[in-house]
Write a protein that binds this ligand. Structure first.
Ligand code: URA
Length: 195
């Protein structure tokens, strides 16, 4: 029997985004301009998961549109040969923490069902986690990104590639950028995209 293609995640993701737009499950709701749900191809093989929206993201309603995002876009183009429309990008928390502080455990717990649902719907082959928060949450570990990166880990039906947050690469300079690049190359190989 011919196998049928999985239905597109587009309508279900759009419905989830509509529900998230009025979410008040944690205190971050009070300070947000808008919920930053996620962006990109709902049927992508590659998904990036960051930490949480910053000022620009809160204003524009899209993940990774500030300086970190510009670096991510550039490295995605240079190492993967794609732009952001070819992957899906989301964050651990969908609302901006005040003054860009770290998200609190209760905020991460409250927002987790949205991220899990995004993973259920997009069903990426490879998830690239950007920084400690996404990596620790999805791998269920307390180990830090510096010791975890440089390898791929089994995740759901595919793989998870942990790497530095682009903000850390902006702070850390060439060595960190080179490590981020190497991790993207690792993700590309796992996706079977030609080198
Ligand atoms: N940092 C993140 O973790 N996510 C964004 O969307 C922007 C900056």
């Amino acid at each position: 029997m011919a196998s049928e293609a999985a239905p597109s995640a587009t309508p279900a993701l759009a419905e989830l985004a509509r529900r998230a737009a009025t979410c008040t499950a944690c205190g971050l709701a009070a300070g947000r301009t808008q919920v930053v749900f996620g962006v990109g191809d709902p049927d992508a093989d590659l998904m990036f998961v960051g930490e949480g929206p910053g000022r620009e993201e809160d204003l524009q309603g899209e993940p990774f549109v500030g300086r970190s995002g510009q670096l991510l876009d550039r490295l995605m183009g240079e190492e993967l040969g794609i732009d952001r429309s070819r992957c899906y990008i989301a964050n651990v928390v969908k609302c901006r923490p005040p003054e860009n502080r770290d998200p609190l455990p209760a905020e991460i717990d409250a927002c987790r069902p949205y991220l899990e649902a995004q993973l259920d719907l997009v069903r990426p082959v490879v998830v690239v986690t950007l920084g400690n928060f996404a990596t620790k949450l999805l791998l269920g570990t307390d180990r830090g990104i510096t010791s975890l990166r440089g390898a791929a880990y089994p995740f759901r039906d595919g793989s998870l590639v942990p790497t530095f947050h682009p903000a850390a690469a902006l702070r850390g300079g060439g060595v960190v950028v080179a490590q981020l690049r190497a991790d993207l190359v690792r993700a590309k190989a796992l996706l079977g995209w030609s080198p």
